[in-house]
Ligand binder design. Structure first.
Ligand SMILES: Cc1ncc(COP(=O)(O)O)c(C=O)c1O
Length: 446
């Protein structure tokens, strides 16, 4: 059974799509009302890090809901929020970190740039407000997060409502927007940040917002190893806070608790979301070193930000259970070993003429499709390569995550794989087989 607008009363996210109705999930699989089984090779939107239907998380959610389903974070604290903040602080790249919990990634991004702004105001530098981000990038769909995202298809309509930001090229070496080749480039993309700061004036810039390993926007592009040490230095020299968006890459997705650990990077603000409660409940977080909170505290202030569902007890209980589950089942190690197996297995797809690049880290893998491999020429957007690919894979029972427009703002086709860390050889083979069959079908469609 599928549903499609205008049937039912749901305002569907896609008004031109038939939605199978899912009844339940188990491990890496989802099941629908027609008895179809889907391998969730993208964990939804790179959310379901530990798999579907995990009893331990359901039990933790139920238990907390029975004790107290809601406790207001302005009036009280509670055991789940204290416990989860402590667990997270143990894997932050700075000692004695402080963690502020919200519900979505976009909210966490908005809170992070507000916090950066307040920090500079309390430090007596009130002109610092401008945020620099990167392109390609994605940080969310609320107005400020969207302003900081390089997503033309989402931004066009809302242009007059968006805030002023600036963007520097992301380290997307497959398609370098500086027109260079690594390593002879000398990581020019990092030094574009320095130039941009000079244009705006460091006295006006509060923060640089960046993904660590690319998410959907660059299809899991991994930056050169020296990129973040250059970025950290530029931020320090110009008194600019470095905000890293680990909403997709955090909580083990790239094989460590945070992707910044791979680069020995110490950011000033870290935002997390998605896998933090593995999607069992919406949960996101903003984590900062103590010094940032101390600055606000010394001025006799608090963070000028409030949301009804901040520090939600059931969300935090789900977060604790998720992180415990990852630890108890050694899933960080699993993510690394299966991630390597997945990439090794998929490498056979590289010989297909549509496959331009396969990249990623841990269980975050991007496959970029091109019309011309040598010239890296993208398919014309009108052809809808990604949309057709994703629909065909779904018919074969494989869920993959689409992204378009990264090549030049309009064209560009890629899929992202971000399966639960519990997948085994059987699922890796299934992913490879369906992708290979789908690629063959795509050749026939032209
Ligand atoms: C890197 C990154 N940041 C922020 C967001 C926004 O998160 P949310 O959709 O939960 O608001 C996303 C969502 O895909 C993301 O991938």
């Amino acid at each position: 059974m599928t549903v499609q607008y205008p049937r039912g009363n749901v305002f569907y996210r896609n008004l031109h799509h038939s939605f199978p109705i899912i009844t339940h999930g188990e491990g890496a699989y989802l099941y629908d009302t027609s008895g179809n089984r889907y391998l969730d090779a993208s964990g939804g939107a790179a959310v379901v890090n530990i798999g579907h239907g995990t009893k331990e998380i359901a039990a933790a959610v139920s238990s907390q809901a029975q004790k107290a389903g809601y406790i207001n974070g302005t009036q009280f604290s509670h055991v789940p929020v204290e416990t989860l903040a402590k667990i997270i602080s143990d894997f932050l790249p700075f000692p004695d970190g402080k963690v502020y919990f919200l519900t979505s990634g976009s909210e966490a991004v908005e809170a992070s740039i507000k916090l950066a702004r307040q920090y500079w105001v309390e430090r007596g530098q009130p002109s610092k407000h401008h945020v620099i981000a990167r392109k390609p990038s994605y940080h969310g769909n609320t107005l400020a997060a969207l302003s900081l995202s390089d997503r033309r298809q989402y931004k066009d309509i809302y242009g007059p409502m968006l805030m002023k930001t600036s963007m520097v090229p992301a380290p997307y070496c497959y398609r370098c927007f500086c027109g260079e080749v690594y390593p002879s480039c000398g990581i020019k993309c990092a030094f574009e940040l320095e130039k941009q700061i000079q244009v705006i004036g460091k006295e006006n810039v509060s923060a640089f917002l960046t993904e660590v390993i690319g998410g959907g926007s660059t299809g899991a592009a991994v930056p050169p190893p020296e990129y973040f040490s250059a970025i950290r230095k530029i931020c320090d020299q110009n008194e600019i806070l470095l905000i890293v968006d680990e909403i997709m890459t955090g909580i083990g997705r790239t094989g460590d608790w945070l992707a910044c650990h791979h680069f020995d990077l110490k950011p000033d603000i870290i935002v997390m979301g998605k896998g933090l409660a593995s999607g069992y409940i919406p949960l996101s977080a903003v984590a900062v070193p103590r010094e940032i909170v101390d600055t606000i505290y010394r001025k006799n202030q608090s963070f000028m930000h409030a949301q009804t569902f901040a520090h939600h007890p059931v969300g935090c209980a789900a977060g604790i259970a998720t992180l415990d589950y990852i630890k108890n089942n050694n899933l960080l190690k699993k993510c690394n070993t299966v991630g390597t197996l997945l990439k090794d297995t998929l490498s056979s797809l590289s010989s297909n003429s549509d496959v331009g690049d396969i990249r990623g880290k841990g269980l975050l893998v991007g496959i970029e499709f091109v019309q011309d491999k040598v010239a890296k020429k993208p398919f014309p957007r009108e052809f809808g390569y990604t949309e057709k690919f994703v629909a065909n894979a779904l018919k074969k029972g494989l869920v993959v995550w689409p992204n378009v427009g990264h090549a030049d703002g309009i064209n560009g086709d890629l899929i992202l794989l971000a399966p639960p860390f519990i997948i085994e050889q059987e699922e890796v083979s299934l992913i490879n087989r369906v992708l290979s069959e789908t690629l063959e079908e795509m050749q026939k469609l032209r």
